[in-house]
Structures are given as structure tokens and as C-alpha cells.
Write a protein that binds this ligand. Structure first.
Ligand SMILES: [Mg+2]
Length: 400
């Protein structure tokens, strides 16, 4: 008889605890929306008048449920429809724990040829996130541990739909409130108004919050070369930590040239989809800070690969975040598995009704830091009855 050693893979396999083969029995996406009070925040892509998110729910035949968030893409009900038709059909009957296999099934049938391109990446992001949540719950492990990493603590910056175009004193007052409440030592300002007014805003924040406060700026593609070259010397003088999305996503030559001319690090990636887009963005040396979004770029599976690309290129990884705790938690789990993770974007500090009322998670920001939830799956609790209070508002999120 052959003696079986403990290093024998066959022997180890017999000791593995695996979930019983599960099957996906339901996939459903719903749009949730709410209007913003007052005038909303004005920034480089218009004035935000409402908030939308697409919540994807996956159920397995043992009753376990996982949730994910797909970005609204400015057309939230269209994203939900894509999940509820094509992706649902592809996913039904598959094992929800075989995430990589299902991801590539969607890629093969919906992305690789024909298909709706980035729209499918966005829809797939919500499905992928829900699969990781469900698998973590099935195994009783947080997603970061499935990625081989312990939960970690990251510096956060005041971001999201905050700190828009307003008078410097009003901007400083708004930020002071966030700093007092959350202890932030970093914030991102919205630029793309006029170079003169933008410089006045950045200067005021530098003066009021001191030399050690990190200031990021986000142009949201609103400027041309003339504006940017007028702005750049002031951003360098004011020690800005990064300049985000100076140009639209396909302007890679312009991005690469700006990076060569700028002492301020360049950040982009929230509007780049999948490893193919990112490979080009990074390979052509366009940016310093990589910002893929787990709810847009292909989910947790793809964002992890993008963080690995950032590592290979010796770049920093500061993912963009979207509208609910599902995306925030997913981002923290992936950041936990990245040796080049930099800042967490605290987007939920204003107008965050979804997360406060229906999608809760232990993500308290204290002293400017946030921690990865150490709970099974994403570590997020979804109250589906409470979601009914956020009826879908079809249509674009920003006005002129
Ligand atoms: Mg941005």
C-alpha cells in the first residue's frame, strides 16, 4: 500500500471544506434613486440633481443571497435591464462560487465580439461583486481573505459628490465640517470651472488646512490644453497630490504628454474598462495613480487584476468609488490585497441616503482612516424592504 503524505495534493483535497455544489437560481437588478436637495453640487460634468445606483441580487439554490452594485452609467434602468436579460440568462444554473469561470462566460458571450462594450463591463461588475459576496458568505470568510489578504486600514479622503464649484470661503466651511466629523487629512476638489476661480479655491484650502493636508483635484475632463497649462504652475506651487482626469479616456497621447510636463502626479482610470483599457493606459505611461472602479471596470475580479497591473508598473492604486456601501466595501477588500493601495475615496459623506437607510456596513471613518469590514462576504447588510423606498428615477443624473 502506498503511504500517503500530508503534502500529497490528493490527501489534502480530501480534507478540504468546500460548499456543496451551488447553483444560481435567480439574478435580479433594480435601480434605486433619490433626488438631491437644493441646488445639488456643480462640477465638471454638470450639476448633480439625483443619485442612482443599480443593485444586483444573486440567489443560490440553498437560499444564500449575494449583493453587488453596478454603476448607474447615467442611464441606470438601462444597466439594470442588461443584467435582468442577457446576464441573467448566462448566469442561471451556474455555480456562483466559480466566479472566474462565469466572468469569462459573460466576456465570451457579451464583450469579446459584438455586444455593448463598456455597458456590459458595468453590468458585469454588479454581478461579479454579488458572486464574491455570496461566495464569502458560503465559506464564512470576508472577500479580502478569499483574495489571500487580511482586512486593513487605509487613509481616506473627502471625495465623491462634494466640494463643488462655490466661493472659496463656502468651500472651506464645507470641508471644515467633514474634517471635524471624520478627521480627514485629505480632500479632493472639483476643478474645471475657470482656471482663475479654481486656483483661488485650491489656494484657500491650502491656506486654511495647512501644508500637511493632502489636496487632490479632479477636472472631470472639462479643460483643454490652454486651461491646463494656465493651471499647472499653481497646482505645482500649492503641492497638489494628484490631478485627476484631465482629458477624456481615449486621449492617451495628451495624457502621456501632460504627465511628462507635470510635476503634479496624474490620476485616471474611473472611465477605463477592464484590463485591456488599463493595459494601454499604463503601458503608454499616461498616469501615476490608477483609479479603476469596482462597479464599472468588471467587478472585484477585474479590479484585482488592475491592481496587479499597477504593481507591475510601479504605480499607486486609489480606486474610484461609487454610490453605496456595496461598492465602498468591495473597494476596501481589493485594496487590502494590493501592496500599492494608496487612498480610499470616501464618497459617502454627503447625500448618502441609500447606505444610511438600506445598505449598511461597518465603514465608520475615524481620524481620517477607514477599515475593511471583517465579516463574511462584503460585510454589507442589505434591507430589501427599505430599498422599496428609493423608487427608480430613469434618466440622466446631471443637469446643465
Ligand atoms: Mg473623478
Amino acid at each position: 500500500m502506498t503511504e500517503v503524505s500530508v503534502s500529497d495534493p490528493g490527501a489534502s483535497a480530501s480534507r478540504l471544506v468546500t460548499p456543496a455544489a451551488l447553483k444560481i437560481v435567480d439574478v435580479r437588478a433594480r435601480t434605486i434613486s433619490h433626488r438631491l436637495d437644493g441646488q445639488g453640487v456643480r462640477f465638471g460634468i454638470g450639476r448633480a440633481i439625483k443619485r442612482d445606483a443599480v443593485i444586483v441580487r444573486v440567489e443560490a439554490d440553498n437560499g444564500l443571497v449575494g449583493f453587488g452594485e453596478a454603476h448607474h452609467a447615467l442611464s441606470p434602468t438601462t444597466v439594470a435591464e442588461l443584467v435582468n436579460t442577457s446576464l441573467r440568462e448566462i448566469a442561471l444554473g451556474c455555480d456562483p462560487t466559480l466566479i472566474e469561470d462565469l466572468w469569462h462566460r459573460v466576456y465570451r458571450y457579451q464583450i469579446r465580439s459584438h455586444g455593448m462594450g463598456e455597458g456590459v463591463y458595468i453590468a458585469l461588475s454588479g454581478l461579479d461583486m454579488a458572486l464574491w459576496d455570496l461566495t464569502g458568505k458560503a465559506l464564512g470568510l470576508p472577500v479580502c481573505r478569499l483574495l489571500g489578504a487580511a482586512p486593513k486600514r487605509f487613509p481616506a479622503y473627502a471625495g465623491g459628490i462634494t466640494l463643488g464649484y462655490q466661493e472659496p470661503s463656502a468651500l472651506s466651511d464645507e470641508l471644515a465640517g467633514y474634517v471635524q466629523r471624520f478627521g480627514f487629512k485629505a480632500a479632493k476638489l472639483r476643478l474645471g470651472d475657470t482656471a482663475e476661480r479654481d486656483i483661488a479655491r485650491v489656494r484657500r484650502i491650502r491656506e486654511d488646512f495647512g501644508p500637511d493636508f493632502a489636496i487632490m483635484v479632479d477636472v472631470n475632463t472639462a479643460y483643454d490644453w490652454v486651461d491646463l497649462l494656465r493651471l499647472l504652475p499653481a497646482l505645482e506651487e500649492l503641492d497638489v497630490a494628484w490631478l485627476e482626469e484631465p482629458f477624456p479616456r481615449r486621449e492617451l497621447d495628451a495624457l502621456a504628454e501632460l504627465r511628462r510636463r507635470s510635476k503634479v502626479p496624474i490620476a485616471a482610470g474611473e472611465n477605463h474598462y477592464g484590463r485591456d483599457d488599463m493595459r494601454e493606459l499604463l503601458g503608454r505611461r499616461c498616469i501615476d495613480v490608477v483609479q479603476g472602479d469596482a462597479s464599472k471596470t468588471g467587478g472585484i475580479s477585474e479590479l484585482k487584476k488592475i491592481s496587479d497591473l499597477a504593481t507591475l508598473h510601479r504605480l499607486r492604486f486609489a480606486p474610484h468609488t461609487s454610490h453605496t456601501n456595496l461598492n465602498y466595501a468591495a473597494t476596501l477588500h481589493v485594496m487590502s490585497a494590493s501592496p500599492v493601495a494608496y487612498f480610499f475615496e470616501a464618497a459617502g459623506i454627503r447625500d448618502n441616503s441609500f447606505s444610511e437607510a438600506a445598505i449598511t456596513a461597518p465603514l465608520g471613518i475615524r481620524d481620517g482612516y477607514v477599515e475593511t469590514p471583517d465579516l463574511p462576504g462584503l460585510g454589507v447588510a442589505v434591507d430589501e424592504a427599505a430599498l422599496d423606498g428609493f423608487a427608480a428615477l430613469p434618466g440622466a443624473q446631471n443637469a446643465g
